[in-house]
Design a protein around this ligand. Structure first.
Ligand code: AHR
Length: 844
């Protein structure tokens, strides 16, 4: 018997060897410049497409992101290298690396000596690779290291005869009746099976992720009659993060200027320019009877060079942000800097309604010679939602005016240079545990020149450095780091500043050298200064004013006590290529060394697994465990995706390092996410998908440290993005169902998770969520229940008594409802019944 088994094993081994040796032909090609790299396999009936392997990540959306003339080669160890041309203008090419053809390392864009780089072709050479390309009819050679991380900048090659042959290696095949050029390779059967399996799994995932509550009436898996589930509460508990729900603040969709920042005057500093928007200039939002004269000879500040010159008969009007909201009886602080050349000047300052009614009026007398700030208070006698400001010079001299400002006295917590009360109060009501700022893409900016420098945003308002906003408008920086930190303190949120990792947004336009995307990053020789700037920020926030000039600045601004900064984010969903990693490492090492107590948050790209940046970021984070406390993940997905990936964090490593008590892998900051449907704006469907997901995030609150929905704010008429959590106009604030989910999870959060299990038909499991957390400080327990089914759900709870009279908050609606009413109620004796499409929190 024993020998038969042995013989069978031998046959099996021989058969497997035979299979292993069999190879299959694949064709690697790009169907067109925008389609990325594809793979097809040769079957008995000809070539058949398998799918897209990767796509170009170079430069600006719409203009770039092209893959031209891809060239792939296989190294001796079986790994793959890819190069391609990105356009016909830039002095660089794209390079990437893969172990298995399906997952590619984030692309690098090595810079070459010529002004463009055409048709690069890669071959193994020596210990590494040789890349040949052409430029202006000449041929160049670049040598690459084996790991495809280091590249020479290219040297001209004269031996054209041999090169031309090399550069023309191409196979031609026919696929679906069309001819394509590319490269044929032989793969082992298992390798091809792995590729096919990868694509099959992705396709299956895509089908699941397309599930919509909106389609439930047609979905045969959805019940037509009420459903019952049993929730069993165990005695097992674990510690979870007490900072799970926070907010993401980015100046996008007029979130800051014209939004949360309460300044009522638009372009108060006359610094608008075509950089902000093609049609804008120093006089945008200002009007007068004759052309407004703009001067720069005697600027108020180096960072604020433009000012207006007024003539006596000219009234200078400001239209505000789509008008100025004026309310009867309210007081408004007006101020402006005047350059009066030593002569006395009188101004009449008025708020004027749409029909010409004077709503408020005050006189301003000035007398100084150099730039001096003057202020007055306007008290409104009447209301108007679209008033204008009028500045009427009364005497006959030519005066310069700048930094013309009008704030309602009533701001959030009545702070000067403060925040819009209604918006800030809506945010505060969420009780967010942290606030991330100032973005998003706005942090790393549109090109190196536009990277956000925190130190340009503090100090006297007239000295702050305005800049264009990557989202197509202007940043005054009136809402700067001091105001962000102050707001965090006011609402009890930990500040989480996120600053660039020395690289701008990968979607940036080309610089003067024609280098787009990350533009090669801040040059290495300038990195020490940039790193110092980041260290100064920590010093500014936490230092002692008696010994630190940065901390003294904070104290002079009105906050002598430290802000107690604990976290810093470095990078925002960047390409995790070599340019990023080199800079990130240097920055984090410096922070680690000087401020070991600060928790650093890295970044994991704009998509979830299995995207290239996500994989590389986590690999890098695990290799450099000491450089990051947590990693910032971003994903905007369909409602179906959220419902079917509720186990996303279940498999994240929880093992502790044997040398220390820290986790082997960083924690997660889910820094940007939102569920969306074709309706774009949040509705009951997206909110319930997020609520379901969050019940599992709470369950994984031992590895997920923080989460923040994004974006938070969007002003009517100025939206750059959808969905958003809160929409607003000058006169109203409209929290969405997404907001209510965030608020309920935040207000009813805990620091301990109690294990539960839900017994329900398996095909409905993804539609029902339950989570029980406990706040150990108050002893309160909060049970959250989500019913994303089209029918009533009865939940029988086992192992937990739910007494009558417990406070509840709840909403329900139809999947497409964008407006909901949150009802406050109390539990009654008996079982829990949730209406269709509902979310309830019970305070126990
Ligand atoms: O949240 C809006 C944008 O989405 C952020 O600026 C960016 O980080 C992400 O791509």
């Amino acid at each position: 018997m024993k020998s038969r088994v042995w013989l069978l094993s031998l046959f099996a081994a021989v058969a497997m060897t035979a299979v292993a040796q069999e190879t299959k032909k694949v064709f690697i090609y790009s169907p067109n410049e925008r389609a990325g790299l594809h793979i097809a396999q040769l079957l008995d009936n000809g070539w058949q497409e398998i799918g897209q392997l990767c796509s170009s990540d170079y430069g600006t959306w719409g203009v770039e992101k092209k893959m031209i003339h891809p060239s792939v080669t296989r190294a001796k160890d079986g790994t793959w290298r890819l190069v391609f041309q990105v356009n016909d203008r830039s002095p660089l090419f794209a390079a990437s690396y893969s172990r298995d053809l399906v997952t590619w390392r984030p692309q690098d864009y090595p810079i070459v000596v010529t002004r463009n780089c055409l048709s690069p072709v890669v071959h193994p050479a020596g210990d590494g690779f040789e890349i040949m390309y052409t430029s202006d009819g000449n041929h160049y050679r670049v040598m690459a290291s084996n790991d495809f991380r280091r590249f020479t900048t290219g040297e001209r090659v004269e031996d054209v005869q041999q090169l031309v042959g090399d550069l023309q290696i191409e196979d031609l095949i026919e696929l679906d009746g069309k001819k394509f050029a590319g490269q044929i390779f032989e793969l082992k059967e298992q390798e091809l099976a792995h590729i096919n399996q990868f694509f099959a799994e992705r396709a299956a995932d895509g089908r699941k992720s397309s599930e919509r509550m909106h389609d439930d009436a047609k979905n045969p898996l959805m019940p037509k009659q009420p459903v019952t589930a049993t929730l069993t509460v165990t005695s097992q508990e674990k510690a979870i993060s007490d900072k799970l729900i926070g907010i993401f603040f980015e100046d996008i969709s007029y979130a800051a200027d014209g939004g949360l920042y309460a300044e009522l005057i638009q372009n108060r500093d006359f610094e608008y320019s075509t950089k902000d928007r093609r049609e804008w200039n120093a006089t945008t939002a200002w009007h007068s009877t004759r052309p407004i004269e703009i001067a720069t000879e005697h600027p108020l500040s180096f960072n604020n060079p433009h000012y207006a010159l007024l003539w006596p008969q000219d009234t200078l009007w400001n239209e505000g942000w789509d008008g100025i909201v004026v309310e009867t009886g309210k007081k408004y602080d007006f101020s402006m800097f005047v350059l009066a050349g030593g002569q006395k000047q009188d101004f009449l300052i008025q708020l004027v309604g749409q029909d010409g009614t004077i709503l408020a009026s005050s006189k301003l007398k000035t007398k100084g010679s150099d730039w001096t700030q003057y202020a007055t208070v306007l008290i409104a006698k009447k209301s108007d939602a679209k008033a204008r400001l009028a500045i009427i010079p009364q005497k006959a001299a030519h005066v310069g005016v700048d930094m013309i400002s009008l704030f309602p006295q009533e701001t959030f917590m009545n702070r000067k240079n403060g925040l819009r009360k209604d918006l800030a109060e809506t945010i505060a009501a969420m009780k967010p545990k942290f606030m991330r700022f100032p973005g998003g893409c706005m942090s790393h900016g549109q090109g190196i020149e536009n990277i956000y420098h925190w130190n340009h945003t503090v100090g006297p308002l007239q000295d702050r450095k305005p800049d264009f906003n990557i989202w197509g408008y202007h940043q005054t920086r009136g809402l700067g780091f001091f105001e962000y930190f102050q707001f965090c303190e006011d609402i009890g949120a930990e500040p989480l500043p996120v600053l660039a990792a020395g690289v701008p947004c990968q979607n940036s336009d080309a610089n003067a050298q024609g280098i787009g995307g990350q533009q090669g990053g801040i040059p290495m020789e300038q990195m020490p200064a940039y790193i110092q700037e980041l260290l100064d920020m920590i010093e500014w926030a936490n230092g002692d004013p008696a010994t630190s000039k940065w901390a003294k600045m904070r104290a002079d601004a009105g906050h002598p006590a430290p802000f107690n900064l604990k976290y810093i984010g470095i990078g925002n969903e960047d390409i995790i290529g070599t340019v990023f990693e080199e800079r990130y490492e240097r920055i984090c090492k410096a922070i680690r060394q000087k401020y070991p107590e600060i928790k650093i948050c890295g970044t994991a790209g704009p998509f979830h697994t299995p995207s290239a940046d996500y994989i590389e970021a986590w690999d890098f984070a695990k290799k450099h465990r000491d450089l990051q406390y947590m990693l910032d993940e971003h994903y905007y997905e369909s409602t179906g995706w959220f419902m079917h990936h509720r186990d996303y964090y279940d498999s994240y490593p929880r093992t502790l390092n044997s040398q220390s008590s820290i986790l082997n892998s960083p924690k997660v900051y889910l820094g940007e996410y939102a569920a969306s449907t074709r309706a774009k704006r949040p509705n009951v469907e997206t909110a319930l998908a997020e609520a379901l997901y969050l019940t599992d995030v709470e369950r994984n609150g031992d590895v997920v440290e923080m989460t923040s929905y994004a974006p938070m704010l969007s002003k009517d008429g100025h939206s750059n993005w959808n969905p958003d959590m809160i929409y607003f106009s000058n006169t109203d604030v409209r929290p969405t169902p997404a907001y209510e989910v965030q608020r309920l999870f935040s207000v009813y959060g805990g620091d301990r998770y109690v294990s539960t299990s839900l017994n329900i038909a398996p095909e409905l499991k993804h539609r029902v969520g339950a989570s029980l957390v406990c706040d150990s400080k108050t002893g309160h327990r909060y049970l959250k229940l989500v019913n994303a089914l089209p029918v009533e759900l009865t939940v029988n709870v086992d192992g937990l008594t739910i007494p009558a009279g417990c406070k509840t908050e709840e909403f329900c609606g139809q999947p497409e409802d964008q407006k909901i009413e949150v009802k406050h109620d109390e539990t009654v004796n008996g079982t829990i019944k949730l209406p269709p499409y509902a979310f309830r929190v019970i305070e126990l």
